[in-house]
Design a binder for this molecule. Sequence first.
Ligand code: COA
Length: 260
Amino acid sequence: MSFDNLLLERDGAVAILTINRPQVLNALNAPTVDALRRAILELKHDTAVRVVILTGAGEKAFVAGADIHELAVQRPVDGKEHALRGQHVFDLIENMGKPVIAAINGYALGGGCELAMACTLRMASDTARLGQPEINLGIIPGYAGTQRLARLVGKGMALELLLSGRHVTAAEALQVGLVNRVVPAAELMTESKKLASELAAKPPVAVRYIIEAVNRGLEMPLDKGQFLEATLFGLVASTDDMREGTTAFLEKRKADFKGR
Ligand code: COA
């Protein structure tokens, strides 16, 4: 399947999805957000795909935000629908049940920072700049930036970044927990692929349940989150991979997970 403004490549169990509007620093317009929705659903249901890498075309940007040409003319009712559509697509990414690695190759601003935060892990090039500059346009984030940023970096830092609109360097993003790792720009894709291959070799049902337990658990009181964890812990015992992982340990050999 082909998608507007998106490139999709497959490399074994790893899919690489590239937002491809470099002339506007990969800004997300409505057709691109819709293409992202369709691509994510396809990858979610493709059992051959274990991990997704999401990046931006060109050297300069991951995604420089929602498309400001669209924002400039939106009316209140459109604005609400626009935000709900984007939030829905980013929720699909967060909860697709497979790790999605954001390979942040430059500016990740506004909707771009929100997109990176919806991913499971964030790998940034040392040239990356992240931020939520919506305040400087007289608006607020609409793709869950106010929610995910506070959950990732804490309320104080989130409010500072949201209210100032300032861009942070990759190093500061690492320091505050907004990204997981920073690597030299020339090594970003190699390192992202290395991490993706490592995760692709893990047992996929356990991977899915860990993501589910963390994502859902964070929205629950501790006792309910623990109950969810216990239930998923029980369910994972039904997999061949659980038997393989524990047997391989006891037999002092490397586990060979089959994904069942
Ligand atoms: N929406 C639409 N177009 C965008 C865009 C966005 N979010 N971000 C960049 N572009 C366009 C620019 O208008 C420019 O188009 P032009 O060549 O037709 O003039 C092109 O991309 C290149 O951007 P430019 O601003 O010339 O690059 P720069 O290196 O001087 O600055 C940024 C880079 C990222 C600092 C700057 O583009 C910027 O601040 N973008 C907006 C970021 C933002 O506010 N995002 C949140 C939106 S909710």
